[in-house]
Design a protein around this ligand. Structure first.
Ligand code: PMV
Length: 328
């Protein structure tokens, strides 16, 4: 099944919609998964093998402004600079936007302002595609529900479906082949004291993208067979931890889940490792801090940097003065 079929299911006849004659703007936060999404059951539609649960970072995200281009060409600008037409990012954006104008009757002017620290391994595609889905909804006056917008964002990037909301968000894996039951929903609990500290150990380009790494893991890792069970278990525990505001339980579950995800990659062939020597040192510093009684945990995505989890900002900063603290 093609992405365009899903767009048709969600929107019906696209010719019913005309683009706005004014510029429209939308914001979406980036999100950090505490129970990870690792592995697709459908690569075209970004349908996951398992459910996942994230927390959005209130003030780190993307603001996207859409208008009809004044020239006969799409113009994409990121943080004030034109996106080169030859870049992967340009092509990805173009493919996505083409889904919504089958006959290319107009060109897009897209202006993205991102507050996500560049090259820090924070999901910039998550907030990027979520902000885009929200902006498109205004641009064409679709008036879609958040659930539908979540599915639309997912077609751009899997984890983007969680960035439609602030706070804690669960992405239901769903079972349907067309993915119409695979969307994210917010949890009703707020936990404003929860902080994420970004610990950058390297700003180099990652050696392998998450799409390829996931696929290789599914195809070759023995350990991946136990991943769905691990996720199912961790989701139950994490939701309990959030409900009861049990920080140690949240931290332990998130850290253990991230380590298990990386273990599935290490057991793939050829092995996938996002670990640098500095990543391991950083982990040891976190474990040392905990041994000294500081409640701090980490999580790690498809990159070498760690995201520290804590509730006591001052104490965490004393141990890790270099981190950038972000509010959940
Ligand atoms: O949505 P993608 O293709 O960027 O994949 C994200 C995967 C992880 O960040 C590693 C985990 C997650 O759930 O966000």
């Amino acid at each position: 099944m093609k992405k365009s079929h899903i767009v048709e299911k969600l929107l019906g006849d696209l010719s019913r919609y005309t683009p706005s004659n004014k510029a429209v703007t939308a914001y979406a936060p980036t999100n950090i998964a505490l129970v990870k999404y690792w592995g697709k059951r459908n690569q075209e539609l970004n349908l996951p093998m398992t459910s996942s649960l994230s927390v959005s970072l209130t003030d780190k995200g993307a603001t996207t402004t859409l208008s009809v281009s004044a020239i006969a060409q799409d113009v994409f600008v990121l943080n004030g600079k034109p996106v080169p037409t030859t870049s992967v990012f340009y092509q990805r954006l173009l493919c996505y936007l083409d889904l919504f104008r089958p006959f290319k009757t107009f060109y897009f002017n897209v202006d993205i302002v991102s507050t996500v620290p560049i090259a820090a391994g924070l999901a910039s595609s998550a907030c990027g595609f979520a902000a885009m889905a929200l902006a498109l909804d205004k641009f064409f006056s679709w008036q879609l529900s958040s659930q539908q917008l979540s599915m639309l964002a997912r077609l751009g990037s899997g984890s983007a479906c969680r960035s439609i909301w602030p706070g804690f968000v669960e992405w239901h894996a769903g079972e349907r082949e067309d993915g119409m039951d695979s969307y994210a929903e917010p949890l009703s609990v707020q936990w404003p004291e929860l902080c994420i500290g970004l610990m950058i150990v390297s700003d180099k380009e990652k050696t392998i993208g998450s799409r390829e790494a996931m696929q290789r893991t599914i195809e070759t890792s023995e350990l991946y067979k136990s991943w769905p069970q691990k996720v199912a278990h961790d989701l139950v525990i994490l939701k309990k931890a959030i409900q009861e505001k049990d920080f140690d339980l949240l931290g332990k579950t998130a850290e253990s889940n991230a380590l298990a995800m990386h273990a599935t990659m290490l057991s793939a062939w050829p092995p996938v490792s996002y670990y640098l020597p500095e990543t391991i040192s950083a982990m040891h510093r976190v474990w040392q801090a905990r041994a000294e009684g500081v409640p701090v945990y980490f999580t790690q995505d498809a990159g070498p940097n760690l995201k520290l989890l804590f509730v006591d900002k001052d104490r965490a900063r004393r141990y890790f003065p270099e981190i950038a603290v972000m509010q959940a």
